[in-house]
Design a protein around this ligand. Structure first.
Ligand code: 5GP
Length: 158
């Protein structure tokens, strides 16, 4: 178990000491300050920094300090902290780039294009042809299947 400490690049808030129980991801190393980042925003639960391989100018990554691989594993506290700052960060990306359109992307699982196994949201400005390309092979919603899905999802929520 590794206890991360404050550093100059991305400081952990004193009240949010994080214990990592598995091999550190590249984002855990950014959080610990072991590797640098271009930090845009930080609070007790969240860090935002520029993507090293931007799809467009201003491509921003927003991560929780909580060390979880996928969104559904996050605590309510981390989830709320992310939700609180995402719109503000989107406004900052728009102001910095002049973008009037953008995508929020959040991949979970290698087959869903997740490369770094630490939860992260991409804020990707759409600037002309630069930005996120989206494939969207829409189907049709079957009424019987819809009823089953609603029932099983609601059961999972209770
Ligand atoms: P994913 O495919 O997991 O949703 O996206 C991972 C993102 O992390 C990619 O856009 C990639 O460019 C970015 N990334 C990977 N390593 C680093 C790094 O060391 N620093 C920064 N700033 N971004 C990184």
């Amino acid at each position: 178990m590794v206890k991360l400490r404050n550093c100059s690049h991305a400081r952990l808030h004193p009240n949010s000491a994080i214990h990592y129980t598995r091999a550190m991801t590249i984002f855990a190393k950014i959080l610990s300050g072991e590797i640098p980042c271009h930090r845009v925003y930080e609070d007790a639960h969240v860090l935002a920094f520029l993507d090293i391989g931007p799809l467009s100018d201003g491509h921003l990554l927003v991560i929780p300090k909580e060390a979880k691989a996928q969104l559904h594993e996050l605590s309510d506290e981390s989830a709320a902290a992310l939700g609180r700052v995402l719109p503000r960060l989107a406004r900052a990306v728009m102001a910095a780039t002049g973008a009037t359109a953008y995508n929020i992307l959040q991949n979970n699982g290698a087959s869903a294009h997740q490369a770094v196994m630490h939860v992260h949201f991409h804020i990707i400005p759409k600037l002309g042809s630069a930005g996120l390309g989206v494939g969207w092979n829409a189907g049709t919603l079957d009424a019987v299947r819809a009823r089953v899905l609603v029932e099983t999802m609601q059961a999972a929520l209770s």
